[in-house]
Design a protein around this ligand. Structure first.
Ligand code: T4K
Length: 367
């Protein structure tokens, strides 16, 4: 088959709000001249996100990484935190920024989330929390993790960077754990250019989060905590307010593209794709394949100006001083995942013809 693609294709392409709606909204912000520091747009976005995520409390930040760092600080964690090595480095590094030691737990081979059956053997008297990631938006075994956390009196902080809009077993994914961190980076399903949020049930955490993200200030005249600057600005919040109403439709469109990928790759020897999970409403953020021929596939795609990404490579436990940790030694499933996974183009406006062409290139590459 002759493959023809008329434009370069990237892993993703950010959703953009209607330009006229955006300029009208920017005019409103101009008129108020209130640009940051917990402005009206930020407050409105937090309210809308609480509704959308079906949770009592949402606090927004300038990005997901700082949101996660602040969550760990506010929970006053110490010692060791059990986490996955198969993630973006922000997860692991947020622990280091809080003087916490990551203890890497291997992942399960179906959806590449932390393996709940391997968590308990890693718990020591120094363990204060578990930091799982709903990788690629597929929920971890939230029920089992909750049971383990209760039994050992541990906090659970989910890195939910990929799982905006996901529901599991009739509940919003945000309703599990002590705190959930979302990333609103431009490449995410729902974004605010750069941005992030914490979603949580305990209303007492709000004051701590607000203080830490604003230099530790409580009001104008008191400083009660070590803090930083992690505030979202008004233009970022505006983007969020304009994009939020489109999220559900966007998920449906991505689901269709997932279907086309799956139909065209099904049965292909040496290429596997991730399946939907029972009881889960997915958000279809990343289309991931795994193959021992990953490099060959990636090279073939590049030849057609199709840009895939190795998500997630290198493994966090293989870099910097992390590689010297005892827990970095025996992670065979994570190691294999990081050597075989590839994220293929998926974004609003990608056509079914383009998806079929990508699949043809892959078929040729592994033939
Ligand atoms: N935890 C997890 C599990 C995460 O995945 C992330 C971030 C975090 C925590 C931290 O959250 P944030 O602090 O970022 O809010 C991207 C993102 O920067 C990062 O947010 C994301 N995860 C990670 C998975 O991907 P890069 O450096 O790999 O993205 P980049 O620039 O290569 O872009 C990917 C594709 O998107 C390219 O093919 C081009 C396209 N693109 C990108 C941008 C920025 C566009 O078309 N337009 C754009 O504006 O990190």
């Amino acid at each position: 088959m002759k493959i023809h693609l008329s434009r370069p294709l990237y892993e993703t392409k950010p959703n953009l709000p209607n330009f006229y709606a955006l300029s009208n909204k920017i005019r409103e912000v101009y008129q108020t001249a209130w640009l940051t520091n917990n402005g009206a747009q930020v407050q409105q976005l937090e309210k809308k996100l609480e509704e959308f995520l079906d949770i009592d409390n949402v606090t927004v930040f300038c990005n997901g990484t700082l949101a996660l760092q602040i969550a760990l600080q506010a929970l006053e964690l110490e010692g060791e935190v059990i986490t996955t090595p198969f993630t973006f480095p922000a997860t692991t590094m947020a622990l280091t920024y809080n003087n916490l030691t990551p203890v890497f737990c291997d992942i399960e081979p179906e959806h590449f989330n932390i393996d709940p059956d391997k968590i308990e053997e890693l718990i020591t008297p120094k363990t204060s929390a578990i930091l799982p990631v709903h990788i690629f938006g597929n929920p971890c075994d939230v029920e089992k993790i909750e049971q383990i956390a209760k039994k050992h009196n541990l906090k659970v902080i989910y890195d939910a960077a990929h799982s905006f809009g996901v529901r599991a077993y009739g509940r919003s994914i945000s309703s599990y754990g002590d705190v959930n961190m979302y990333s609103f980076h431009a490449t995410k399903k729902f974004h605010t250019l750069e941005g992030g949020a914490l979603a949580y049930n305990d209303p007492l955490l709000r004051k701590k989060f607000m203080m830490i993200k604003n230099f530790g200030y409580d009001g104008y005249n008191n400083i009660l905590s070590l803090g930083t600057n992690a505030k979202m600005n008004e233009i970022e919040a505006l983007f969020g307010l304009l994009l939020l109403p489109d999220v559900k439709k966007d998920i449906e469109e991505r689901k269709k593209l997932f279907g086309i990928y799956r139909d065209n790759l099904r049965g292909l020897k040496d290429v596997r794709f991730l399946t939907d999970m029972d009881g889960v409403k997915h958000n279809y953020l990343y289309f991931i394949i795994t193959s021992k021929y990953r490099e060959k596939i990636q090279e073939a795609l590049e030849g057609y100006d199709v840009h895939s990404r190795r998500r997630f490579y290198p493994l966090c436990s293989d870099v910097l001083d992390y590689k010297d940790l005892p827990s970095a030694r025996n992670l065979p499933v994570a190691k294999q995942a990081s050597e075989e996974t590839l994220s293929l183009p998926l974004f609003k406006g990608l056509t079914s013809g383009e998806v079929i062409s990508i699949c043809e290139i892959i078929k040729d590459a592994v033939d």
